[in-house]
Design a protein around this ligand. Structure first.
Ligand code: GLN
Length: 531
């Protein structure tokens, strides 16, 4: 079986929504009953996104199989409602490590090892391997970066070769560009698009489709001009204008005939009736847009200067809000600014503390977790927000003044949160946290049980955990641990039964939430926040 490939490249500048175009095309093909998946190429030198600061690069998305991936992988999962394995996030470091390892083993039999063909062959091998092993009808591959970047050249070269080898009937290039409007009259400028397509053609790639980001729908005259200068027929120039929600992008591309265009280019015939797929998708998209009142949530975290650093949490709140028919408005509050002014949190319906690492701002999180408990404000603590809720309880309820996490104070006498034992011998920081999906068993008669039933599988990303020595004293004072994993080695959920809703989870529920299929703890949290 020959998998068809769609390669998505980007021009002009970053942040144009290449990931959304990629996900939307994949979604449309999935709605057309094709078996699809997506791949993200990240030309940077990091092996994976795990060591990157979320404020600079956006959230680190964790896959079921423990990959620490680019946040676009999260978009693919949310659009397609399907798990994406970590092999679908390819970086320069992965490619070069494989090539260099092979060279050291003597596998190139004396050859001079070069970018072409050895590096490009490895890139193609990985892409083909995904297509074949997953028996995909179509694989959509997004190449990160902007055309003209030095880093992405070997990848674009590999994609060019793949088209040459597999033929135009099996490989399509989609180039995403920008048509800015500078004045109030709204003239759409095409020069940036012209230049970026020229750059692409210079390296041997002629795009088949051009997807143009713009604020208002692309005028016919703009399409004509772009068509002429980019050597793409006018039908193949698509307007990607601003819409209220990214989940509406598949519809606007569909309305311009993109599915027919792709099917024709691939020589696929006989579109089946997919109206049932569309009905389900449309009802999900419109539920996300419903606005019958607001729930006000304070999200108190460390990486609040970039909305993308907690992108999955933001989405998960929206999915859960849609389920209960409410919009969620989120105020991001920098935990470093929480001090004498903590009363400002009182006006919120709920407080959420997401994941985080390191000392900066940790004190504000501990105070926030304590305040939510004292003021009986619904609280959901995720990972760091779970660990520091236990620390706050140890400090302010159990009377251990120096209670802390060993991550924040290695010398504390009361390390309520301590390093995972198997972490003690680890020296490499990359890829070495406790990662990915683990099964969690839940105790009866708890909020956790009401939320999930007797067990649930969720994704993890942590190096520290609750120190079990402190369970008796924490439980005696009214904080219970209602779920565990790895036998009963690790504590996974905490709650305070006397409180309206006080839940902390060691795992990351946000990575399992999808439009139309909200994650249970977010629904429970919002339900409590509205009652
Ligand atoms: N810093 C904490 C740990 O390593 C929490 C991690 C997180 O919030 N993802 O365990």
């Amino acid at each position: 079986m020959q998998t068809k490939f769609i390669f998505v490249t980007g021009g002009v500048m970053s942040g144009l929504g290449k990931g959304v175009v990629t996900s939307s095309i994949a979604k449309l093909l999935q709605l057309s009953n094709q078996k699809v998946s997506c791949v993200k190429i990240d030309p940077y030198l990091n092996y994976d996104a795990g060591t990157m600061n979320p404020v600079a690069h956006g959230e680190v998305f964790v896959t079921d199989d423990g990959g620490e991936c680019d946040m676009d992988i999260g978009n693919y999962e949310r659009f397609l409602n399907q798990n994406i394995p970590k092999t679908h996030n390819i970086t320069t470091a992965q490619i070069y490590s494989t090539v260099i390892d092979a060279e050291r083993k003597g596998e190139y039999l004396g050859a001079c090892v070069q970018i072409i063909p050895h590096v490009t062959d490895e890139i193609k091998r990985r892409i083909r391997n995904i297509a074949q092993s997953e028996k995909l009808d179509v694989l959509v591959v997004e190449c990160g970066g902007t055309v003209g970047d030095i880093e992405s050249l070997p990848f674009l070269e590999a994609l060019r070769q793949l088209r040459l080898e597999d033929g135009a009937q099996n490989v399509i290039f989609v180039h995403v560009t920008l048509a800015p409007s500078l004045d109030v009259v709204g003239e759409q400028k095409t020069k940036p698009t012209q230049h970026s397509v020229q750059e692409l053609r210079r390296i041997g790639i002629q795009p088949d489709l051009v997807a143009v980001r713009c604020s208002a729908p692309l005028h016919e005259s703009t399409k004509k001009k772009i068509s002429m200068f980019t050597n793409v027929t006018i039908r193949d120039v698509f307007s990607c204008h601003d819409v209220k929600s990214i989940f509406m992008v598949p519809q606007i591309l569909y309305d311009q005939g993109i599915v027919d265009t792709i099917f024709t280019k691939f020589g696929k015939v006989g579109l089946v009736n997919t109206s049932a797929n569309w009905d389900r998708w449309n009802s999900i998209v419109s539920s996300l847009d419903r606005q019958d009142g607001y729930i006000k949530i304070a999200m108190v975290g460390k990486y609040v200067t970039l909305a993308d650093s907690y992108v999955s949490v933001n989405h998960a709140l929206k999915h859960a809000g849609a389920k209960i028919g409410k919009s969620v408005s989120i105020d991001w509050i920098d935990s470093e600014t929480i001090n004498g002014n903590i009363e400002k949190l009182d006006k919120y319906d709920g407080i959420l503390v997401p994941g985080g690492f390191g000392n900066r701002g940790a004190d504000g999180i501990i105070k926030t977790a304590n305040h939510a408990r004292e003021k009986n404000i619904p609280y959901l603590g995720i990972c760091f927000g779970f660990q520091l809720a236990a620390v706050a309880f140890g400090r302010f309820v159990c009377g251990f003044d120096d209670a802390n996490s060993a991550e924040l104070d290695a010398g504390t006498k009361n390390a309520i949160v301590d390093l995972l034992p198997e972490q003690k011998t680890i020296s490499n920081m990359g890829g070495s946290l406790r990662l990915g999906a683990h099964e969690i068993s839940i105790k009866n008669n708890t909020i956790a049980h009401k939320t999930y039933g007797t067990s649930v599988i969720r994704r993890h990303r942590h190096r520290y955990e609750i120190n079990k020595e402190y369970l008796p004293v924490l439980e005696k004072n009214g904080m219970i641990f209602s779920a565990e994993s790895d036998g009963s080695k690790r504590m996974e959920i905490l709650e305070v039964p006397k409180h309206r809703f006080y839940l902390g989870v060691q795992f990351h529920p946000e990575f399992s939430s999808r439009p139309g299929y909200p994650e249970e703890s977010f629904v429970a949290f919002l339900n409590a926040a509205t009652s």
